[in-house]
Design a protein around this ligand. Structure first.
Ligand code: G6P
Length: 612
């Protein structure tokens, strides 16, 4: 989705802005632009296409300013075009604005501004913003140093929807104003300069000190300071938060793609997730989480709510919560949950999983849960992200920045952290389970076992070479393996554009087997000894009908001979997705490479879906 970068300091802004935009490319976009404050006013340069296209626009060479804003746009209102790209200005170029989010009442505002003499050049919702700011600025008879800020506050009060904004103005040429509502924006603080971005990794090479903004906190940035105000111009005190991410973690480090790098980082990221939460002498603790036995015993339901891969991490760990904690656990897609008036109250704990912590539907579902009286727990990878600030409790996956759109290391870290959470809850509840000591040992082994799995790469690559031209590839599994099959299928469709679905193996006969014909590829996961014989039967049914198969298993399949078997290390089936999904991440990766596709930036997808 759209990305924002900004700079105010003593260096030339343009290279910093371009560098930031390049780091935001992974989010997915179709046009880009910059605006800087120059001696003779604001200069805007923008272009449809990639950042490289923007860099080739002649006018960009003349930008000398040390204050600037920049944007990558993912079209929502209006097609990708030069006109619709950001930054947007009012007709007199008094104000230039970049915007992430959606202004829901822009038609109304356009009409209102039209009646007041303003005209528009683009189809975007954003263009109303600089015009509305100018409208309020011109109306204000008081001429003091807060005049632009007052105009911004008045304009934002009229906006319905979500927005993260950077605003520069010829009326305030030495400053910049930024504000957010339901859309991410952070300020990176350095000596005599401020960096602004929608995403921490884009400016991580400049600073690790960040101001994290709450909704509708208005920030007036100058080179050496950041002043925070509420809508009534009261000063807000804000502390700097140190983000302990290694800047090189946001680089490819010699790997061909971020996705491949992130797949290979999983032993490390899982180790970080486990951290000191699980020790070799069996102690399980979760920092900053104080849930009493009394509270957990009062629960009659746990909901796990998320989108995409994060939702699959919920599906993979639901059985653990039910088995260990004896609490009914439901998993729901955030965009469904938020509109179906779910049955939740103070006896429900709702866990929200979100790598970015900025997914619009997940945030909305969280707000709804709070309104209904439930306690909320965020599981996120990004410190200070929106869901972590909304939720009653937060635990971090600590997987490090994930850049590739298709999520890999965030997923395995989510499954690991949710598993540790389930153990922690069971221990607080004082539920005796023979399984817990074994599970703890098994979780501690996962990082080195993932290292083992990564060594199987060449066999998977060879199989990918055989099937990369296929139109459909199906995935089968039962129980926990069905959850892993869903995630593996999603990975494949995201980056290979091959149609793929995952089926509960036992459900195959109720319809989907009609799709099986000679030559079709079926991938099956089998990690649960109790269910493996059943899945083998299903697999034989598809082989009989001409399917070729890839089997991922840690089981001894006895005298059953299958053509392509990926043997993964043994573990307790309940946490097996951490191992079984890894070869299938590689499978998706190799297919995408064989097809010559952009693995890190698949078409139409965004890393973080910050609008509905
Ligand atoms: C997008 C991404 C997925 C991700 C999902 C949820 O669809 O492309 O990779 O799983 O959003 O994102 P979140 O940041 O909430 O985990």
């Amino acid at each position: 989705m759209c990305g924002i970068v900004g700079y105010i300091g003593n260096k030339k802004a343009k290279p910093i802005l371009i560098n930031g935009l390049l780091r935001l490319e992974y989010r997915g976009y179709d046009s880009a632009g910059v605006a800087t404050v120059e001696k003779n006013g604001i200069t805007v340069v923008k272009s449809k296409g990639r950042v490289a296209a923007l860099e080739s626009v002649k006018a960009i060479d003349s930008l000398e300013g040390t204050i600037g804003i920049a944007h990558t746009r993912w079209a929502t209102h209006g097609k990708p075009s030069d006109e619709n790209s950001h930054p947007h200005t009012d007709g007199k170029k008094n104000f230039a604005v970049v915007h992430n989010g959606v202004i829901e009442n822009y038609n109304e505002l356009r009409e209102f501004l039209g009646k007041n003499g303003y005209s528009f050049y683009s189809e975007t919702d954003t263009e109303v913003i600089p015009n509305l700011i100018d409208y309020y600025y011109q109306k204000d008879s008081k001429d003091d140093d807060k005049k632009v800020l007052r105009a911004v506050i008045s304009a934002c009060s009229d906006l319905n929807g979500s927005f993260a904004l950077e605003i520069i103005s010829t009326f305030l040429p030495e400053k910049m104003i930024v504000v957010r509502k339901d859309s991410p924006l952070v300020i990176g603080r350095a000596n005599g300069e401020n960096y602004i971005s929608s995403d921490i990794p884009a400016i991580l090479s400049y600073t690790k000190d960040f101001y994290l903004l709450n909704d509708l906190e208005y920030v007036v940035l100058s080179r050496d300071k950041a002043e925070f105000y509420d809508k009534n111009l009261n000063v807000i005190k804000k502390d700097v938060v140190n983000i302990d991410w290694n800047a090189s973690a946001a680089e490819k480090d010699g790997y061909a793609d971020f996705m491949l790098k992130e797949i290979h980082e999983q032993p490390k990221s899982i180790r970080e997730t486990i951290g000191s939460r699980l020790t070799s002498d069996g102690i399980c603790s979760i920092e900053s989480l104080e849930l009493s036995k009394e509270y957990l015993s009062s629960l009659n339901k746990i909901y796990i709510v998320a989108c995409g891969t994060a939702m699959h991490a919920g599906l993979a760990t639901k059985p653990l919560f039910e088995k260990l904690c004896h609490i009914q656990t439901e998993v729901d897609i955030a965009s469904e949950f938020r509109y179906r008036d779910p049955l939740i109250d103070e006896k429900t704990l709702v866990i929200f999983i979100s790598q970015s912590g900025e997914t619009a539907d997940t945030i909305a579902a969280l707000k709804l849960s709070k309104e209904k009286g439930a306690k909320t727990l965020a599981v996120s990878n990004v410190i200070g992200s929106s869901i972590t600030r909304e939720a009653d409790y937060t635990v971090y996956t600590h997987a490090g920045p994930e850049i590739a759109v298709a999520s890999t290391k965030a997923y395995t870290s989510q499954v690991v952290l949710m598993s540790i959470l389930a153990i922690y809850f069971a221990e607080v509840l004082e539920i005796n389970s023979d399984l817990i000591p074994d599970l703890k040992k098994a979780i501690l082994k996962l990082p080195s076992q993932v290292e083992e799995v990564l060594k199987i790469d060449s066999m998977i690559k060879a199989f990918a070479k055989k099937v990369y031209t296929e139109k459909d590839i199906f995935f089968l599994g039962r129980g926990i393996d069905y959850a892993a099959a869903m995630e593996s299928s999603l990975k494949l469709k995201e980056i290979s554009y091959i149609h793929s679905d995952a089926y509960a193996a036992g459900e195959l006969k109720h319809g989907s087997i009609a799709l099986i014909e000679k030559g079709i590829t079926v991938v099956s996961i089998m990690t649960d000894p109790a269910l493996t014989p059943k899945t083998i039967s299903n697999l034989q049914e598809v082989i009989t009908r001409g399917a070729k198969t890839l089997v991922v298993t840690n089981q001894d399949l006895g005298d059953k001979v299958f053509d392509n078997v990926v043997k993964i290390p043994e573990t307790i089936s309940l946490i097996s997705p951490v191992l079984s999904v890894v070869p299938l991440q590689l499978f998706a990766y190799h297919i995408s490479k064989e097809k010559g596709l952009d693995v890190d930036k698949p078409r139409n997808l965004a890393k973080s879906v910050t609008v509905e």
